[in-house]
Design a protein around this ligand. Structure first.
Ligand SMILES: Nc1ncnc2c1ncn2[C@@H]1O[C@H](COP(=O)(O)OP(=O)(O)OP(=O)(O)O)[C@@H](O)[C@H]1O
Ligand SMILES: [Mg+2]
Length: 302
């Protein structure tokens, strides 16, 4: 069931049309990734959804929201570049955020303790934020987005600035949050999106160019490929490779070759025959499928 429905949403900044009449929905209990190149309009979209930016046109509707209700009650938001009061402790900061969301101090205090434990900051909760690592700050940022028990948590690039350890910590946390809250997050780290999301939205130049469940998108774009690496450059063989039965197209880059295959059984055997007949020295031959990164590149026409 849809938790959130967005209809023909647009945003212009003077002459820049950052978001161009996008429509999509977010289903309850799903983890949705928003992808797109720099400047695609992701942050602008997420800021409109979180109530921080007024749309130029269009509507944002929570199915459980009654008319005139403030949508911020339904949403927790972690900005792309979160700012903290460094002189506060993690615990003080969460209580402060809770009180801004009109929680009573006592309830905010209890919730802060619960969330600090949940995001692995129980021991650091009384320390000043100025001493926190990047990963700890990001986890505190996610905790603050969860303070008022929102229906939807929006995270704008929660892992992009982190090292692999910090990234892993945040991903594990998101996996935990996902059990009870709907998540919409943007990222440039495609393997993370592939690992954690149920649904996918890809934006390009202010428009949504791909939308669907991760599985349906992967199925739609799924095309078998063969990757070859020669001992030396294979560019002289480009034409012969392109002419093989079962092969649709060939991209050759020095010793690296990628063949898009229409029929794997036929394509693979005609390729192996060519390699053997012409004594082409091969270092590696791999059968693969388009990754999310390949799909992303196709969707945004890179
Ligand atoms: N406050 C603003 N004033 C003017 N233009 C803006 C403003 N915010 C965003 N833009 C423009 O809107 C477009 C979309 O920007 P946005 O920040 O939404 O992209 P993004 O997909 O989040 O990019 P990134 O991956 O770099 O974070 C860009 O052309 C940007 O320059
Ligand atoms: Mg952004």
């Amino acid at each position: 069931m849809a938790l959130l429905e967005v209809h023909q949403l647009s945003k212009s900044f003077n002459s820049t049309q950052a978001v161009k009449s996008i429509s999509f929905s977010v289903d309850n209990g799903r983890c949705v990734t928003l992808l797109g190149p720099n400047g695609a309009g992701k942050t602008t979209t997420l800021r409109m959804l979180s109530g921080l930016l007024k749309p130029s046109q269009g509507s944002i509707h929570f199915t459980e929201m009654t008319k005139g209700e403030d949508l911020r009650r339904f949403i927790g938001y972690l900005p792309q570049y979160p700012m903290f009061y460094n002189w506060m402790s993690g615990q003080e900061y969460l209580v402060y955020v809770g009180q801004l969301a009109l929680m009573h101090k006592r309830a905010a205090n209890d919730r802060a303790i619960e969330l600090l434990a949940r995001v692995g900051l129980a021991d650091a909760g009384r320390r000043r934020i100025s001493g926190y690592s990047g990963g700890m700050r990001q986890r505190l940022g996610i905790a603050q987005a969860m303070m008022h028990n929102p229906k939807l948590v929006i995270l704008d690039e929660p892992v992009s600035a982190l090292d692999p350890i910090g990234r892993r910590e945040v991903l594990d946390m998101m996996r935990d949050i996902k059990k009870e809250t709907t998540i919409l997050f943007s990222t440039h780290v495609l393997p993370d999106a592939e690992e954690i999301s149920d649904d996918l939205l890809i934006m390009n130049e202010g428009q949504i160019v791909v939308a669907g469940s991760m599985k349906s998108v992967m199925d739609e774009y799924r095309q078998p490929i063969i990757r070859l690496r020669g001992e030396t450059s294979l560019e002289v063989w480009q034409q012969s490779l392109s002419a093989l039965e079962g092969i649709e197209s060939v991209v050759c880059n020095g010793e690296y070759v990628e063949l898009q295959v229409t029929d794997m059984t036929i394509g693979r055997s005609s390729l192996v025959k060519l390699l053997a007949d012409q004594c082409i020295a091969i270092r590696k031959l791999e059968v693969a499928e388009l990754s999310l990164e390949d799909i992303f590149m196709k969707a945004v026409n890179v």
